[in-house]
Design a protein around this ligand. Structure first.
Ligand code: AMP
Length: 214
C-alpha cells in the first residue's frame, strides 16, 4: 500500500507515521527526518537544507524530489511505503504521481490529520529536545521539564523551527502551499480526513480504520 500523510506541523504526523507504518509493515519515509539526518551529518545536502529549515521554509522542490525518487526506489519500498512530509505542495504531488505512474503505481490513500491551529502552536512551541539522546519532552505535558532530560541528564533545547514565530510561519507555509493538496487528492478520490486530537492510540485507531477497504 502507498500512503501519504498530510497535516500541519504539530499534528503528530511523525508519531502516527511510525505506528501506521509498523502496523502495515511498510517503511516510513519522512523527508523532514532525512533532512535532519543530513544536517546532523554535516553533508552538502544538510548544509543546503538547514538554511530553509531554520526559517520554516520549504527546501527547493528539485532537491526534495530527487531525494524521494532515490528513497522510494530502494528495495524495502517496492511493495509500499508511507510518506510523511512529502508531498508538501501541488508540484511535488504531480511529480510523485508521474514517478509512480511510470511503474504502473499510484498513491492508494491520503490521510489528512485535522487539528486546530492554536493547538498546533501550543504543541510545537512547548517542545524541548534533548541535545544528548534526542528524546522530546513538552513543557506543558511533562511537568517541570524545561532544561534537563530525565532519561539521560542531557541539556534540553528548543529546535529553531519550534520557536513560536517560526511555528506561525510554518503554519502559513502549510496553508499556502500544502493545504491545496487536500483538494488535489480529494479529486483523485483517495483522501480521508481524520480528527487528530485526543490520545495517540485513538488517532492511530482512526487512521487504521480509514485505511481498511470499505
Ligand atoms: P517536518 O519535520 O516534516 O516538519 O520537516 C521539517 C522541515 O524540512 C520543513 O519545515 C522543511 O524545511 C523541510 N521539508 C520537509 N519535507 C519537505 C518537502 N516535502 N518539501 C520541502 N521541504 C521539506
Amino acid at each position: 500500500m502507498r500512503i501519504v500523510l498530510v497535516g500541519p506541523p504539530g499534528a503528530g504526523k511523525g508519531t502516527q507515521a511510525q505506528f501506521i507504518a509498523s502496523h502495515l509493515s511498510i517503511p516510513k519515509i519522512s523527508t523532514g527526518d532525512i533532512f535532519r539526518a543530513n544536517v546532523s551529518g554535516g553533508t552538502e545536502l544538510g548544509i543546503l537544507a538547514k538554511q530553509y529549515m531554520d526559517k520554516g521554509d520549504l527546501v527547493p522542490d528539485e532537491v526534495t524530489v530527487a531525494m524521494v525518487r532515490d528513497r522510494i526506489a530502494q528495495p524495502d519500498a517496492v511493495s509500499g511505503f508511507l510518506l510523511d512530509g512529502f508531498p508538501r505542495n501541488v508540484p511535488q504531488a504531480e511529480t510523485l504521481r508521474d514517478m509512480l505512474a511510470d511503474n504502473g503505481q499510484a498513491v492508494d490513500k491520503v490521510l489528512e490529520l485535522v487539528v486546530d491551529e492554536e493547538e498546533v502552536v501550543r504543541r510545537l512551541s512547548g517542545r524541548r529536545t534533548c541535545g544528548q539522546c534526542g528524546r522530546i519532552w513538552h513543557v506543558d505535558f511533562d511537568e517541570g521539564r524545561d532544561d534537563v532530560c530525565d532519561d539521560c541528564g542531557g541539556r534540553l533545547f528548543q529546535r529553531d523551527d519550534d520557536k513560536e514565530e517560526v511555528v506561525r510561519h510554518r503554519l502559513e507555509v502549510y496553508k499556502e502551499q500544502t493545504e491545496p493538496l487536500v483538494e488535489f487528492y480529494e479529486k483523485e478520490g483517495v483522501l480521508a480526513g481524520i480528527d487528530a486530537t485526543g490520545s495517540v492510540e485513538d488517532v492511530t485507531a482512526r487512521a487504521l480504520a480509514a485505511l481498511r477497504p470499505a
